[in-house]
Design a binder for this molecule. Structure first.
Ligand code: TYC
Length: 103
């Protein structure tokens, strides 16, 4: 009679349940006033780069107008932008930094 229990069939999940989170790149922008040395120190401090790598990134920004300093989860990327902006403001430099979805 009407005693169907709704079934006990277990469907195999063949697709990934969760996708990896969207990552965000922190992009630093060139300007005419922020000293190169300040940018190098900021990249070393906040993006954990060695001096040589930080210098290469700074020069790329200087020549191309912008450059990626690192790629992080959304919250970490936003926090990096805040830290860079706070340090630049405190030092009186116009250095700008934004985060944007990677890929
Ligand atoms: N263009 C700056 C100068 O010549 C140096 C600089 C590099 C500034 C990178 C900002 O994100 C920047 N002093």
């Amino acid at each position: 009679p009407q005693d169907d229990d709704g079934g006990s069939v277990v469907l195999e999940r063949r697709t990934q349940k969760t996708k990896p989170p969207q990552m965000y790149q922190v992009v630093m922008l060139n300007d005419d006033y922020t000293p190169m040395e300040f940018v190098v120190v900021v990249i070393q401090e906040f993006f954990n780069k060695d001096r040589e790598t930080a210098t290469q990134i700074m020069l790329k920004i200087h020549l191309d107008g912008k450059g990626v300093c690192g790629v992080y989860s959304r919250d970490v990327a936003a926090s990096k932008v805040e830290q860079v902006q706070a340090a630049a403001r405190q030092a009186g430099h116009p250095l700008q930094c934004v985060s944007e979805p990677a890929e």
